[in-house]
Design a protein around this ligand. Structure first.
Ligand code: SIN
Length: 282
């Protein structure tokens, strides 16, 4: 197995690994590379929905996916589809985010498999929240480590959210009532490596716990802009039959909406996560 980094901060292509029926040695090499690179791309994988479920089980168990409709026989496998003739420019997953941080136990990882890709564009960008944290001054690190933030699905899946109107070929069910909030630490300790990350995102993080929107937004904007600086990011260029697995505990991502007139279809599944733990300064 060969690991080829995609960018300085995060992301790598894994060459020479077949994910179906992988042996113990391959599994442990993948896990080691995953802790180091946070986003792994495997090319030329022949995967059906059952394989994706088996992979999610292998990498920690299947996560819960509200709001999005999955395949009929595999409800945990969600097709992310944009047809060539769609009127809206919007792509599902465009806009920086970390998956489902509004959950009490947000997914640990997401697996995304490419079935159909546009000839150009449709890349996914990723940002490293550990490197973003390390770039902060010690004063800011210490201040943020005492804060928690409230996360909610309100903007994407609340009763008035318009996301579903822009996705003509996906079935999204909004909440009937205003969704609640989950409070998570702003500086999250990674459960495997113990590394701290700046664990906020502009889609689901609404405000700091115990502060108003007005008080929170300037600092959230500053931090979210910092996170997506080019030096903390990588770009995955999809090919048909590529599988990308990312660490949802320390990254953000954003799908590019730059392939109007072409079809893109991905299958997505998440793995079960834990309750985010605060990183204690020593
Ligand atoms: C997602 O955000 O779950 C999907 C990203 C993509 O389709 O590139």
């Amino acid at each position: 197995m060969e690991i080829i980094p995609i960018a300085k901060s995060l992301g790598a292509e894994v060459i020479g690994a077949q994910l179906v029926n992988m042996d113990v040695k391959t599994y442990s090499s993948i896990e080691k590379a995953f802790s180091r690179y946070l986003v792994l791309c495997f090319r030329d994988q022949q995967l059906g929905p059952c394989d994706l479920v088996n992979l999610a089980r292998k990498f920690g168990g299947v996560g819960e996916t509200p709001y999005l409709s999955g395949l009929e026989d595999y409800p945990d496998v969600v097709p992310i589809v944009k047809e060539a003739n769609e009127k809206s420019q919007h792509t599902f997953g465009s806009g920086w985010h970390t998956d489902f941080t509004f959950q009490k136990k947000p997914p640990a990882r997401t697996l995304l498999y490419a079935l159909d890709v546009p000839p150009k564009g449709g890349d996914t960008l990723f940002a490293n929240l550990q490197d973003a944290y390390e770039s902060l001054s010690t004063g800011m690190q210490e201040s943020l480590s005492r804060l928690r933030a409230l996360h909610s699905s309100i903007r994407s899946y609340g009763p008035n959210a318009s996301l579903k109107n822009h996705l003509e070929n996906m079935t999204i069910t909004n909440e009937k009532e205003e969704p609640g909030f989950e409070s998570h630490p702003v500086i999250r300790k990674h459960p495997v490596t113990g590394k701290p990350s700046l664990w906020i995102n502009p889609t689901y993080t609404i405000r700091f716990d115990g502060m108003t929107d007005e008080e929170s937004q300037p600092l959230l904007d500053y931090l979210n802009d910092l996170i997506t600086e080019a030096r903390f990011t990588c770009r995955v260029n999809w090919k048909r039959n590529s599988l990308v697995m990312w660490d949802n505990r320390c990254t953000q991502h954003s799908a590019s909406s730059d392939y109007a007139g072409h079809r893109r279809e991905m299958w997505r599944i998440t793995t079960a996560g834990d309750t985010p733990a605060n990183f204690e300064q020593v």
